[in-house]
Write a protein that binds this ligand. Sequence first.
Ligand code: ATP
Ligand code: MG
Length: 470
Amino acid sequence: WRTCLPPRMRVGIRVHWRDGEGAMAKEIQRETIRQIALRAKAMGGRAMLVGGCVRDSLRGVEPHDWDLCTSASPAQMQAVFADARVLTTGLRHGTLTVLTDGGPLEITTYRTEGGYSDGRHPDGVRFVTDIREDLARRDFTVGAMAWHPKRGLCDPFGGQTDLKNGVLRAVGDADTRFQEDALRILRGLRFASKLGFAIEPETAAAMRRQVHRLDCIAAERIREELTGLLCGRYVQRTLMAYADLITSALPELAPMQGCQQQNPHHLYDVWEHTVRAVGQVPAEPVLRWAMLLHDSGKPACKTVDEQGIGHFRGHPRASLALSRELLPRLRFSSADTERILLLVERHDTPLGDNEKLVRRSLSRIGEARFRDLLAIKKGDAVGQGTSRDYVAQLFETEALLNRVLAQEQCFSLRQLAVNGADLQALGLRGRPVGEMLHALLDAVIDGRTDNRRETLLRLARTRMEEQHDK
Ligand code: ATP
Ligand code: MG
């Protein structure tokens, strides 16, 4: 297999023996692909690599998964893999999942798809023996190529040329393809954001004509594609160029576009500021979504004073309210929702410019959220395009955080030098135990006392006496 790869392909498919399980798993998988191809051949069929793995290999990028397609029928596949661990849940649509030591591997019988009366699922599939018929049902030319070790590349729609030119083009008639399945519109935007490709003008125009059909797509699928888009390397230009398509999926965000800030601290309108900020934070879904939503409440809060300066008082709360509606609609997990909401709500709240305030913030939200917020605040600050001082301040806050943590300064009950049992030994019972622990923790965080057992016990006794006297 390796020696007969075309030269560009060799870059991507070549085996790298690296340390670590990841490389090992990939190697096992590659061997499995070879075995599958051999088995398909043994039964008179053919197996080809198809879709994203061919596209990525041609780009010289290691694919994240390998999909195979075969001329063998589902029944033949099942017979050939009778001795293997397989999942047959997709078999009705021609997909057998082989569970290999390197992870699951999908192998699908060549197929075409029937009508799409619901605008998202084919009414039925028909198995075929010609790979070109199978490639014709795929959405974009760069993903509609298949590759066989002996026969080489099968590229009936000019995918290789589009790949070379960085163009995303629908296979066949673009309007029809998006009418069949509107999710393809968001897949296209995700690919544009991930690969940095330009969407071919006719394809983009068809996306715009058909985008209203997103209504019949399941919310979680929309969320997944938008998340992929937000985490793409070219997210900024995609969000700017296709803002109208994004707001078809997320209508709540439409007022951000063209909402001028009229404020010396901001160079851009709310949408452009947001887009720049999104591009600044690490490509982690929660951070990117929080950044997308952090100023979503601004348009509703805008006021302009006598000097013509724009103000957005209370906007974090308005953004929070909007996100509280939007996130459940897209069926985010409760853990992600909670993390995103906290970041949206607190994006404008100071974290602290001295150790005491940093300890206080840490005690409220913990280290992980503190670091998330720092990332959000940096993104926000850089996205404003004006205040370098503010960015510098955030780096100082980060240095303070690192110092507080490195010195193991106390900001939680867990770190406090006394515990509930110590206070019970002093005679406290029930709720006052917890109240006293928190009072002692507050004193330590504020620097009114050190975190030593004797000092804290002394302080506790004094407070008990004071309360007794009252
Ligand atoms: P990646 O896995 O890197 O996101 P991919 O191109 O492999 O990209 P997948 O979602 O893994 O995308 O799908 C594999 C292939 O199946 C695609 O390349 C495409 O040919 C086809 N495909 C997937 N979803 C659709 C769809 N909704 N409409 C048409 N073809 C699709
Ligand atoms: Mg894929």
